[in-house]
Design a protein around this ligand. Structure first.
Ligand code: RB5
Length: 157
């Protein structure tokens, strides 16, 4: 069942956001958007536009989602691909690269994605913010999709 859950200002969702240098500017735009909406988050870096290695950023944020420190994550790199590949190496992570709002909706509804990845060099800030809004406000449908997500969880044991 489609479950539009509210977020920010009371539902207690814990959100982490992180990027490499390729995603730094979009991360800052997304942070401003979240702040404007009253959505709390923790920034795991990078904190400057200096070159850095996305696998290390992805690992730190993804482990914190996997261990329950955070409920969801938003990771940004140049394409959204590298940081997503790295995040998906961590058991319990279902990171989805989304370049449109339909994908963001179904990444949540069907895949129970717990990390959204975005590509700064691929999409503009307006679309990125719309994708973030859908990702954070859409619930998991469960049912037959839960069976499939449980099958995914078995794959990297
Ligand atoms: C950094 O130049 C770039 O490779 C990185 O941000 C990302 O796009 C990798 O997938």
């Amino acid at each position: 069942m489609y479950n539009k859950q509210g977020y920010g200002g009371g539902d207690g969702m814990k959100l982490v956001i992180a990027s490499d240098h390729g995603g730094f500017r979009l991360k800052e735009e997304v942070k401003a958007h979240l702040t404007e909406k009253g959505i709390e988050f923790t920034d795991y870096g990078t904190h400057t536009p200096e070159r850095c290695d996305y696998p290390l950023i992805a690992e730190k944020a993804a482990r914190a989602v996997a261990d329950g420190t955070f409920d969801k994550g938003i990771l940004v790199c140049g394409t959204g691909i590298g940081i997503g590949i790295a995040a998906n190496k961590i058991h319990g992570i279902r990171a989805a690269l989304c370049g449109d709002t339909y994908s963001a909706e179904f990444a949540r509804r069907h895949n129970d994605a717990n990390i959204l990845t975005l590509g700064e060099r691929v999409i503009g800030p307006g679309l990125a913010k719309a994708i973030v809004d859908v990702f954070l406000s859409t619930g998991f449908d469960g049912g037959r999709h839960e069976i499939r997500v449980n099958m995914i969880k078995e794959l990297d044991k």
